[in-house]
Design a protein around this ligand. Structure first.
Ligand code: MG
Length: 339
């Protein structure tokens, strides 16, 4: 089966600039793709690269789309190298939507509600935000660490845990910032605490250190920056990584590959946002709400209103997400707004 293929670059300014390890990020650039059958039925997808995270660049993705031309086969995903994880995600969703006549979200799926982790800012500022988010009904929290010195941050950990009800979960994210000594100091402390997991305690290149820490401490560790795509996750699994994989489906690859890997290997996964627009996020959320058993952990989709525009952000995200969130977004509206 041949389909027609089109793509549309987009660019949106963030409402508040996003601070990353690589500097300040002011706008999201990506590409929407559209695949249409002879009857006019269309499927959409979003290419949302994070090159600082190790994905393809926007230019590489655009070049692939340009070379693809105006048509694609039903099995066109086979043409996309694994390295282009963002393109594979977008084309996988678009092809699945145009080729499938059953809606993704079933009634049963729509009833499934998935907890979302609330983000806590670095340092003492986390404490009042934790109080607010607990009142809003959040069950899981992620606190950024490794921003200040350990002697300043560790007492805040005690204060956060003192506020945390027994039903709630706290995860820490060091974004690869710790050296061995600092990581050991934190993990010794965390071993005595009800911390769900510690994310990326050292930089991705510190393979032996990360594997060693995972072995030496009873605390669950998670990889995030180290697993930009499915190939990287497979590599870490082959090295014997015993912890969690934080996967951003928008950049990891085709959804069908991601889910097959999780089901086959029983990988312990947290799904998280790549700061994509509502188009890509809705596709992921709809499938998560419909698919049983992919994760038992809260989602990392509590990214707030990135763009300050309901069309681009989707409905507000609360403590629980369900398929209805994904249904409330309209791909055609985003496609038209981008063109
Ligand atoms: Mg992280």
């Amino acid at each position: 089966m041949r389909y027609s293929f089109a793509y549309q670059p987009y660019r949106r300014t963030f409402r508040h600039p996003v601070r990353t390890a690589h500097g300040v990020w002011t706008e999201r650039e990506g590409i929407f793709v559209r695949i249409t059958d002879a009857g006019g039925r269309a499927g959409y997808g979003e290419i949302a690269p994070l090159p600082d995270f190790g994905t393809e660049t926007l230019a590489e993705a655009a070049e692939f789309c340009r070379r693809l031309g105006a048509e694609i086969d039903a099995d066109g995903l086979a043409l996309v190298p694994e390295r282009l994880g963002c393109v594979r995600c977008a084309l996988g969703f678009a092809l699945a939507e145009v080729g499938d006549t059953t809606p993704v979200a079933t009634t049963a799926g729509a009833a499934k509600r998935l907890p979302v982790a609330a983000l806590l800012p670095a340092g003492r500022a986390a404490l009042p935000v934790l109080t607010q988010r607990l009142e809003a009904g959040y069950l899981a929290f992620k606190w950024k660490v490794g921003v200040g010195r350990a002697e300043e941050e560790l007492p805040v950990l005690d204060d956060l845990l003192a506020q945390l009800p027994a039903y709630a979960r706290l995860r820490l994210d060091a974004n690869g910032a710790w050296d061995r000594r600092t990581a050991e100091r934190w993990l010794e402390r965390c071993a005595e605490c009800p911390v769900e997991f510690v994310e990326q305690p050292a930089a991705p290149a510190q393979v032996d250190l990360l594997l060693g820490l995972a072995q030496d401490y009873p605390v669950t560790l998670a990889l995030d920056e180290a697993v930009a795509n499915l190939a990287a996750a497979r590599d870490w699994q082959a090295r014997g990584w015993p912890g969690v994989f934080v996967l951003k489906p928008a950049i990891a690859g085709a959804w069908s590959d991601v889910t097959a890997w999780i089901r086959t290997t029983q990988a312990d996964v947290v799904f998280s946002s790549a700061l994509e627009t509502a188009l890509g996020r809705a596709q992921i959320v709809r499938r998560l709400a419909a698919g049983d058993g992919l994760t038992r952990r809260a989602l990392g989709f509590g990214v707030g209103e990135l763009f300050g525009d309901r069309r681009w952000d989707g409905p507000p995200v609360g403590p629980l997400l369900d398929a209805a969130w994904g249904e409330a977004t309209e791909p055609v509206a985003l496609w038209n707004a981008a063109s």
